[in-house]
Design a protein around this ligand. Structure first.
Ligand code: ADP
Length: 425
């Protein structure tokens, strides 16, 4: 078999293997179809350039009348034409696809990349992507290594559009930059937020009126309706609480940062303990352990609301006679506020979903204890705004621990601040 023959067949075969490998690997790692298609297409683009380079001299060589040579030429042209089709398919993908070499220089990109990322052909081939996307969030993300997908950032080529970007390793130290236009999702999300905020706001006034009139009614005037009146009051209070929680969530969702105030932990923890005792009405043993003098930097109102939600849950989901321990302690690299209870506990399958709105392990238990199903959602949003996280450990029948974990950048040495202000001897 001649060298030419081997070269001619090795490349198309490699293309086919590459396409199958991309699809196989993609499916194994659970990648979405467009990602698999983009990787396959990128591999094809690389192979096509290699294929052209290798076969051009052969196609240009003077023709011979040998029938095997003629057959070979026909097949080679057919494969070249299929690869060109694939390349032009890649060019029309709606997602931006940019092929980068190991130094993050642009090797190839499609039409969507011109539109969404503002790249220009042929000017930008070979140039550094960091330079081309200069001053954009995408450039910062690439400089950080782009390990996690970047959601909802302004498209460098279109200030009114949003993209979600992914950086995939590919071939030998090459990278594939994918950017998908998610403007419609951002718009839908905004419509959803506005709708929830508007509905909650509109419900607030009529509910206040109903609640006010119910308070005015005296059950002694109509003793036979006393239980009905009690139920109406309880339900209108619950509706009022749901509306307030929805408004809190809407506010937290639209914020991208919090007040950077000095939050004194000592009085905050003391008031949380009092709240727990008032809610428990002597049914539980409640303890407070303050193991660190650190205070927090953040929003006093929002942090109080988050911690108070955890304390109230511990009381509501712990049967009479149980224990509740509130703790504030430091660890290397931060501090954690935790509430441990000896209550019902939560089966493992539910834990990942607890911070979703209205997600409840048991709806009846939540309603009976006056829950809105929004408490942990509020906790999650408050913690996100403080770059903190919620850690949940639980065992059914034994109890749960909900902990708010803060990084050291959020800690203030409270004792020192007070000393400096002359509040301590
Ligand atoms: P709810 O108002 O229903 O309590 P949350 O968002 O605060 O809403 O909590 C969501 C669900 O998580 C609750 O309905 C409950 O099933 C579960 N949960 C929360 N805290 C605890 C806890 N300390 N012990 C057991 N289950 C809990």
């Amino acid at each position: 078999m001649s060298d030419r023959f081997v070269t001619t067949w090795r490349l198309p075969a490699a293309c086919a293997v590459a396409l199958l490998a991309a699809a196989g690997v993609g499916l194994l790692v659970g990648a979405t179809l467009p990602v698999i298609a983009a990787v396959a297409v990128a591999e094809t683009v690389v192979l096509l350039s290699l294929f052209r380079h290798k076969t051009r001299p052969m196609l240009q060589s003077p023709a011979t009348s040998h029938p095997e040579h003629d057959r070979l030429m026909t097949r080679t042209r057919r494969i070249a034409s299929r690869l060109r089709d694939l390349r032009s398919a890649a060019g029309t993908l709606p997602d931006a696809v940019v092929l980068l070499d190991h130094g993050l220089h642009v090797r190839w990109f499609n039409h969507a990349a011109e539109d969404l990322l503002g790249l220009k052909r042929p000017r930008d081939r070979g140039r550094s992507i960091a330079e081309l996307l200069r001053n954009s969030e995408l450039a910062e993300w690439l400089a950080d290594g782009g390990r996690e997908p970047l959601n909802d950032v302004t498209a460098p080529g279109h200030p009114n559009r949003h993209v979600t970007a992914t950086l995939l390793p590919f071939g030998s130290r090459q990278r594939l930059l994918l950017a998908r236009d998610t403007s419609h999702l951002t718009r839908l999300e905004q419509i959803r937020r506005d709708f929830v905020a508007n509905v909650s706001h509109e419900l607030r006034t009529p509910l206040t009126v109903i609640h006010g009139y119910l308070e005015l009614l005296d059950p002694e005037d109509v003793p036979e309706l006393a239980p009905v009146l009690d139920e109406m009051r309880a339900q209108s209070k619950r509706m009022g609480q749901i509306v307030e929680d929805l408004l809190t969530l809407s506010r937290l969702e639209t914020q991208d940062h919090v007040a950077e105030e000095h939050v004194q932990m000592s009085p905050l923890l003391a008031s949380l303990r009092k709240e727990a005792e008032a809610l428990s009405q002597g049914r539980h043993t409640i303890s407070l352990d303050v193991a660190t003098p650190y205070d927090l930097l953040g929003s006093p109102k929002d942090l109080h609301s988050a911690f108070s939600n955890l304390v109230s849950n511990a009381v509501r989901y712990t049967p009479t006679g149980g224990r509740i321990a509130i703790r504030w302690a430091e660890f290397e690299g931060g501090a954690r506020f935790s509430v441990q209870d000896s209550g019902f506990g939560i089966p493992a399958a539910h834990i990942a979903r607890l911070t979703e709105r209205f997600y409840r392990v048991s709806s009846s238990r939540s309603r009976d204890s006056g829950g809105t199903g929004l408490g942990l959602s509020i906790v999650k949003h408050v913690l996100n705004l403080h770059q903190a996280r919620l850690a949940i450990e639980s065992e059914p029948g034994k109890g749960s621990t909900f902990a708010c974990v803060f990084g050291s950048e959020r800690l203030i040495d409270g004792a020192r601040v007070q000393e400096a202000a002359g509040l301590h001897p």
